[in-house]
Design a protein around this ligand. Structure first.
Ligand SMILES: C[S@@+](CC[C@H](N)C(=O)[O-])C[C@H]1O[C@@H](n2cnc3c(N)ncnc32)[C@H](O)[C@@H]1O
Length: 308
């Protein structure tokens, strides 16, 4: 689903973004998010931010940049991130990854039922469909997994999409033909006729949090599986490299990393990630200096009824 960004405003020349201001905005966005705004995206930037200037009653980009830099600019700095991120996603996008996950599910379920701690991460989850697709795939394999120590962390830099994900309410029409029966079993009627609501059993497996992947990660555990798909596509190669290297330190040996359809692993990290499917990588056993070790994870878990 393409989260609706507001329609384009006619470009008012009075908002006139000078070359120096464009360079400063692009620098700020890259520094804060990793996202590269090249000159070819100048009109896209103006179009998305014209709404912010209009809503704030600001006359031009110079005033907007002063607001961003001011001590009271925190809300606007968040709104800027929301305006410039691209949040396209949908349930069971790139379905071959969920087929691969279904293939790994029996081994994960066996470990979970034996009491192991299993963690998955949807890093750059947008409005949540990726995390719900992961959860539906796992619960479809074993409906009792919600009573094991198995959880999915789902994070995004954009607070707005995390709020949408937490609500777990979607337009019926956004559920495309890729969505298998496994998903439909976990959908109930939403508050309005055209909406569906994610069932609590699915929702309870996932913790949604705002997190900038470029900043320190406020948890220490390792993950069995990480989905980081269609996120680094907007980054420069060095930022991608650093992020993937950090992810290598957070994925268990033999764990998996799934990337987006146009993303390929950096050859400099070949020793850490071995290809094992379409944009799917197996974490090798080679240690990185950042390896997190066997530590406890992000979430105190809500109490669950024991397995029968
Ligand atoms: C195109 S969506 C991909 C959603 C989902 N992973 C998928 O493939 O369908 C990319 C997401 O990455 C998020 N993102 C971009 N830069 C980020 C950063 N530095 N830290 C965390 N999330 C980021 C955006 O907010 C956006 O929601």
């Amino acid at each position: 689903m393409l989260r609706e960004k507001r329609p384009r405003l006619g470009l008012d020349p009075a908002l006139g973004l000078t070359d120096a201001e464009f360079a400063a905005m692009a620098h700020r966005i890259h520094r804060d998010t990793g996202i590269v705004i090249g000159v070819a995206k100048r009109n896209m930037l103006i179009s998305r931010l014209a709404h912010r200037l209009a809503d704030l009653g600001l006359p031009d980009f110079a005033a907007y940049m002063r607001l961003l830099d001011s001590p009271g600019g925190a809300d606007e700095r968040r709104a800027l991130i929301s305006a410039i991120t691209t949040n396209v996603t949908r349930f069971f996008r790139e379905p071959h990854h969920f087929t691969a996950l279904a293939g790994i599910a029996p081994a994960l379920a066996a470990r979970a039922r034996a009491g192991a701690r299993i963690r998955l991460w949807s890093a750059g989850c947008s409005t949540g469909q990726e995390a719900f697709s992961i959860a539906a795939t796992l619960l479809d394999h074993d409906p009792a997994l919600d009573r094991c120590d198995l959880r999915i962390l789902a994070t995004d830099i954009d607070e707005e999409v995390i709020e949408t994900a937490r609500r777990g309410i979607y337009d019926r029409r956004s559920i495309g033909p890729e969505a298998p029966p496994a998903l439909h079993r976990f959908l109930a009627d939403g508050p309005e006729g055209h909406q569906v609501r994610i069932a609590p059993k699915l929702h309870a497996l996932i913790r949604f949090e705002t997190l900038n992947l470029l900043e320190p990660w406020p948890f220490h555990g390792q993950f069995d599986i990480v989905f980081c798909r269609n996120v680094v596509i907007y980054f420069d190669p060095e930022t991608r490299h650093v992020l993937w290297r950090r992810l290598a330190g957070r994925i268990v040996a033999e764990g998996r990393l799934f990337l987006g359809h146009s993303e390929r692993m950096d050859p400099r990290l070949d020793a850490l990630f071995a290809p094992c499917g379409i944009t799917q990588y197996r974490r090798t056993a080679i240690a990185t200096p950042d390896d997190a070790g066997p530590v406890l994870p992000f979430a105190p878990l809500a109490p669950r009824p024991p397995l029968q």
